[in-house]
Write a protein that binds this ligand. Structure first.
Ligand SMILES: Cc1ncc(COP(=O)(O)O)c(C=O)c1O
Length: 415
């Protein structure tokens, strides 16, 4: 079977980019889409539906990036859109939250094992930051341990780009190496008496095209022990992983429950919502200080989240994503082996990342992604992909036709 190859010309996208240069500083620089894609990649999206997206020039793709994670049921899922439309007609942003604020908190407390309460916001950065504040309020201490090189958002305390960032923005932070408990223990000794918390991702997913690394269960358990012994707060950043490693907390499978966790992306199927979930012992501290945001309590995203999480539960969506992920990753491995390509695939199959050995600036991965796009599949060369419940077995078969063509092209050009 062969796939159709699109000639990648993007006149509409190019024109939009030129207009953007006039009115957006440095055009698209710093925007998540423009950076890190192959030359000539489509920059603008005009339409989305289910597992598909169309770029501004009308090219259709099966989308394996899912809007960088949020789209867990596919775009414009009919049940979510119906519920959203009903809510939009009666009330969204208002003087106070709607009943769905309470129902969503109840739902998250029910579904996520370590959670006894929930607080809401809009973006991942809101809630990772809020977790640090709660940990400091709770302990009365300052130091938070953070993984060197990870991503918890683009605010001054955590933006990997340090332009305009003061040393004082990062005061109270100390950096450890993922899966290296000795590096954490060293910092714990150095900051004895001032350790407020440790923030950690469920697996290592550093930015800028690095392979992913699953957590060593002994590391996760070690962090729990350190926090228990020192009275510090264990914070799990589920912004990227939420509901794609498990229907509930991602570290349940290792027997580790955090004290706080930060969630966003996948909870609202594309509607802007984020949550901090916390254990009982943090409840009082979490409610002890003022924090809010103008749009944090809007009803529509809460309805979207409630409907989305209920669908995941009723339709065993996580198992579906694992099945499609298994199909995809097994197919990729077989194809790469058939062309004798030095391909590595890391991460959970629901969030896989593919790279090639021996490249210096992602040139093989870039070429592979470009060839996938030319065959109607959108896969990011420097960021893990995301499965969604909208992907059918036939979709993944179609994806694999494209990836096979892309591997053949990379093998011919580079190996
Ligand atoms: C693990 C993690 N934490 C936090 C964030 C920040 O989320 P947001 O971009 O919604 O502020 C991200 C975003 O990609 C993330 O992957």
């Amino acid at each position: 079977m062969t796939s159709t190859i699109i000639t990648p010309t993007h006149p509409v996208s190019d024109a939009l980019l030129q207009r953007a240069q006039q009115v957006v500083p440095n055009g698209m620089y710093g925007h998540q889409i423009a950076t890190g894609l192959w030359p000539g990649a489509p920059q603008f999206v005009s339409r989305t539906a289910g597992s598909r997206m169309w770029d501004a020039d009308g090219h259709e793709y099966i989308d394996l990036l899912c809007s960088w994670g949020p789209i867990i049921h596919g775009y414009q899922h009919p049940k979510i859109e119906e519920a959203v439309e009903r809510q939009r007609r009666i009330c969204d942003t208002a003087n106070g939250p709607s009943e769905h604020f309470v129902a969503l908190a109840e739902k998250l407390v029910d579904v996520v094992e370590h959670a006894d309460w929930a607080m809401f916001a809009k973006n991942g950065s809101d809630v990772t930051t809020l977790c640090l504040t709660i940990a400091r309020a709770h302990t009365g201490r300052g130091t938070i341990l953070v993984e060197e090189g990870t991503y918890h958002g683009a605010l001054p305390w955590c933006n990997p780009d340090k332009t305009g960032v003061l040393a004082s923005d990062r005061a109270g932070l100390a950096y450890y190496t993922y899966n290296d408990l000795a590096s954490v223990e060293k910092l714990v000794a150095e900051h004895a008496g001032d350790l407020a918390g440790i923030i950690v991702a469920p697996f290592r997913h550093d930015p800028a095209g690095s392979d992913l690394e699953m957590v060593d269960p002994a590391f996760a358990q070690g962090l729990r022990r350190i926090c228990d012994d020192s009275g510090a707060v264990l914070i799990l950043d589920e912004v990227r992983t939420g509901f794609r490693m498990s229907f509930g907390g991602s570290w349940e499978q290792y027997g580790v429950r955090p004290d706080l966790s930060s969630w966003s992306k996948a909870i609202g199927n594309g509607y802007p919502i984020a949550a901090v979930l916390g254990a009982e012992r943090l409840r009082e501290s979490a409610g002890s200080f003022f924090v809010t945001g103008t749009f944090w309590f809007s009803a529509v995203p809460m309805v979207a989240a409630l409907t989305s999480i209920t669908l995941l539960e009723e339709e065993d969506g996580v198992a579906h994503m694992f099945a499609r992920g298994d199909q995809y990753v097994a197919g990729l491995r077989e194809q790469a082996a058939s062309y004798a390509l030095p391909v590595t695939i890391t991460g959970p199959v629901t969030m896989p990342y593919l790279s090639f050995a021996g490249e210096t600036d992602h040139e093989f991965t870039m070429a592979w992604s470009a060839e996938c796009a030319a065959r109607g599949v959108y896969v990011h060369p420097k960021h893990n992909g995301f499965m969604s419940t909208a992907l059918t077995e036939a979709d993944v078969d179609a994806v694999l036709v494209a990836t096979d063509g892309a591997f053949a092209e990379v093998a011919k050009r580079f190996f």
